[in-house]
Ligand binder design. Structure first.
Ligand SMILES: CCC/C=C/C(=O)SCCNC(=O)CCNC(=O)[C@H](O)C(C)(C)COP(=O)([O-])OP(=O)([O-])OC[C@H]1O[C@@H](n2cnc3c(N)ncnc32)[C@H](O)[C@@H]1OP(=O)([O-])[O-]
Length: 723
């Protein structure tokens, strides 16, 4: 049994024991169920304490069990039994009480917790609802409004706040088991039915239908396309609408439906993918197990633009002092304004108090003297994408900084070696690619060069976690993983335009799929001048002319629409016109007939016949081209597992988690179909290199292997006879 039963001073102590987080698998549930029945039967036992081993109560149901059909008592069976017990039962909580863990605690007559505890119902984040009585009992503990908020967001609630909300009865200090015993013994003479949540009514103010409608509207707009938040609202509302037992039975039905839904399966995959990618390894053999991160107690950022300012903000809000360097006072002042404005916004959103924000700001040391970086542990260079400039800066940093300092470059496309070779410490040079806006976006693409040491990698992987990002390690190539895959995706979007579609049709198809924003809206946000300059630079390097009227560029298919929009002065949202027009800087995209005319004229002049392109074709061309690139990335060893690619798309480009990421999506469609379509498009569009089928995709399309093994096949760790 995975719950220890001991007796101390006439109190039964049931300790959950399932490393690492005491997940509530069937054996643990059976252990608790047996324990409480034993305690109830034993006349020498006066009360019960339920707690967890290894400093934590319980992180909820064992998510891995949801794919199988494991049996054993359900949480509500345990709860029904406790509800009828005369002996008091207390949940003594340290660490976390999440999901099923909190539900078990809510079935206890009392809950005490250490101040450091966090409680919550995060099931919605894996496409579920709290199916162990949570939607029916939490509202009885804290009222409908709080319960709706906790259950639909899945956010953790710190102990003191939970106590104010009525979820925790008492905050304690000291040994949690001893405190539990002391507490529960003081309750032996109290009738347990008086404190049993089943007996309580759900508190709310206003009309229940209005509350339900408001909550539905909120979750539908906040979690577009996701089913679980809607079902969560329904079930929480049932707690006030239905008798207790009916509410619990309906909740169980909802839970089973969600558990089998494709959205929850994808989100559960994403949960484990996020953890799998922390087990990184370098081609040289260094890995997460053997490499030790260096401490980062002080830091520096070079470049106080929107990117650099945002990175500095990530550092100081995580408690790491930062020296922010700019080339002159004017740029520095401008950068500081950006940091201040973003800090203010954080205060407005309630994420930091004014006091905390002020304290953070004192950790920022602005300077125009790069020599001030000499003693910092780590520097992140965030100047614009110019190899010559970056090399100059690294050469300087190498001279100035102490020998231990790690030097990071926030490049979005340049090879790490091309920058690292400007130094005599290539082992300490690494790429840290942040995504705009750098303070908000969670992805941190860490890129190793040929000589980057495992210790350096370990340091930036740990730093990523410290500054609350999701760090993913990748190898170096043009554009790395994120932007390299984005390229064919965006190019296909433009080809669809010249073949007959429009920016708003393409964007609507993507948003209907679940993307929060369409390809052309993103392009308007970043600015069309960026795309134009990248192309111009590529042309310059190749020594050729960039011709907007040529259907070929560098031996490949070309769409000159960006050049034409740029020439027409359409820079994107910043000047109110790009692929769309905008009435203000915060305005919504409006279809602009001028752009439609421009596209039609473009086609006429080049003799491109326009046709109706269906949404299926738009989706397929954008996504399959990018998925094919993903397989090439795996094949080249730039990622070691397909999960890395999915996490990059979820956190870098907001791919809907309930679709699991592009590689997971491919696994659901079937690699045979994807491969056939890639071959078909390769034949149809022979001048787009991105349609050349990946040989790994070709191999994997012939066999049925789980996604978790694709990386192994790519790197020869798994040999498959048939291949
Ligand atoms: C039945 C009635 C309905 C109830 C439904 C539910 O309760 S649904 C559940 C609702 N609950 C949740 O959604 C909570 C999910 N968990 C979390 O949010 C976090 O793990 C944490 C905040 C508890 C700890 O964060 P941290 O950064 O300190 O640690 P970490 O995140 O790296 O995890 C360490 C290891 O534990 C593993 N593992 C963790 N939880 C579970 C689990 N429930 N199951 C299985 N495994 C789990 C995790 O995979 C990892 O394993 P690895 O890779 O080393 O082999």
């Amino acid at each position: 049994m995975m719950a220890d039963y001991t007796v101390r001073d006439q109190v039964a102590v049931i300790e959950l024991d399932n490393p690492p987080v005491n997940a509530l698998g069937s054996a643990v549930r059976a252990g608790i169920y047996d324990g409480i029945r034993k305690a109830d039967r034993d006349p020498n036992i006066k009360a019960v304490v339920i707690c967890g081993k290894r400093g934590t109560f319980c992180a909820g149901a064992d998510i891995r069990e949801f794919d199988g059909g494991k049996n054993g008592p359900w949480i509500t069976d345990i709860g029904d039994f406790i509800d009828n017990m005369k002996k008091p039962v207390v949940a003594a909580i340290e660490g976390f009480a999440l999901g099923g863990g909190l539900e078990v605690a809510l079935f206890c007559h009392y809950r005490i917790a250490l101040k450091t505890v966090r409680v919550g119902q995060p099931e919605v984040q894996i496409g579920l609802l709290p199916g162990g009585g949570g939607t029916i009992r939490l509202p009885r503990a804290t009222g409908l409004k709080n319960a709706l908020d906790i259950i639909t967001t899945g956010n953790h609630v710190p102990a003191e706040k939970a106590a104010k909300m009525g979820i925790i009865d008492q905050i304690v200090t000291g040994d949690i088991i001893e405190e539990g015993i002391k507490f529960v013994k003081s309750k032996c003479n109290i009738d347990t039915s008086l404190v049993c949540l089943r007996m309580k009514t759900v508190k709310y103010s206003g009309d229940l239908d209005d509350i339900s409608e408001a909550a539905m509207t909120k979750v539908k707009s906040k979690f577009k396309g996701a089913i679980a938040p809607i079902v969560c609202v329904k079930s929480v509302i049932n707690s006030a609408k239905m008798p207790y037992e009916k509410g619990i039975d309906t909740e169980k039905e909802h839970f089973q439906d969600l558990r089998h839904s494709s959205q929850s399966k994808a989100m559960r995959y994403a949960f484990f993918a996020e953890r799998a990618i922390t087990r990184w390894q370098l081609p040289s053999g260094g890995n997460y197990k053997t490499a030790k991160p260096l401490p980062v107690k002080t830091s520096g950022v070079i470049g106080a633009g929107t990117m650099g300012g945002g990175i500095a903000l990530c550092l100081i809000t995580s408690g790491i002092p930062c020296i922010l360097v700019e080339q002159n006072q004017q740029f520095l002042d401008k950068g500081l304004e950006i940091v201040k404005a973003q800090l203010m916004r954080t205060v407005q959103l309630g994420k930091l108090s004014t006091e905390q924000a002020k304290k953070c700001f004192t950790m920022l040391k602005p300077t125009t003297n790069i020599e001030d970086l000499k003693n910092v542990d780590l520097v992140i260079e965030a100047v614009y994408e110019d190899l010559k400039l970056k090399r100059e800066i690294f050469e300087k940093l190498d001279r100035i900084c102490k020998s231990e300092t790690i030097l990071c470059t926030n490049t979005s496309s340049l090879h790490i070696d091309s920058i690292a070779t400007a130094t005599k410490r290539q082992s300490k040079v690494v790429g840290t690619h942040f995504f705009a806006p750098s303070y908000i976006m969670k992805l941190l693409e860490n890129i190793y060069g040929t000589k980057t040491s495992a210790e350096t990698v370990a340091t930036v992987m740990k730093l990523g976690k410290t500054i609350k990002k999701v760090p993913v390690l990748v190898g170096s190539c043009t554009g790395f993983v994120a932007n390299r895959m984005l390229k064919p995706y965006s190019e296909e979007a433009q080809y669809c335009l010249e073949e007959g579609s429009t920016p708003s049709i393409v964007d609507t198809v993507l948003m209907d799929f679940g993307m929060p924003i369409g390809n052309f809206q993103v392009s308007d946000l970043s600015g069309l001048d960026i795309g134009f300059r990248i192309k111009r630079e590529a042309a310059r390097k190749a020594g050729v002319e960039l011709s907007k009227n040529s259907r070929f560029f560098l031996g490949q298919r070309n769409c000159g629409l960006i050049e034409k929009l740029y020439e027409a002065g359409r820079m994107g949202k910043k000047n109110g016109k790009g692929w769309y027009k905008y009435e203000s800087l915060n305005g919504k995209p409006i279809v602009d007939p001028e752009v439609t005319m421009l596209i039609e004229e473009h086609c006429r002049s080049l003799g491109i016949e326009r046709r109706n392109i269906g949404s299926q074709e738009i989706l397929e061309r954008m996504q399959y081209a990018m998925i094919n690139e993903g397989f090439k990335i795996l094949e080249e060893g730039l990622c070691t597992m397909a999960e890395e690619i999915d996490v990059i798309w979820i956190y870098g480009f907001s791919w809907p988690k309930y679709m699991g990421g592009p590689m997971y999506y491919a696994s659901q469609i079937g690699l045979k179909k994807i491969y056939e379509k890639v071959c078909y498009y390769h034949k149809t569009f022979p001048y787009s290199m991105h349609w050349v089928p990946s040989s790994l995709l070709a191999k994997l399309s012939q066999i049925d292997l789980p996604l978790s093994e694709w990386g192994d096949v790519a790197q020869g760790r798994k040999l498959v006879n048939k291949l």
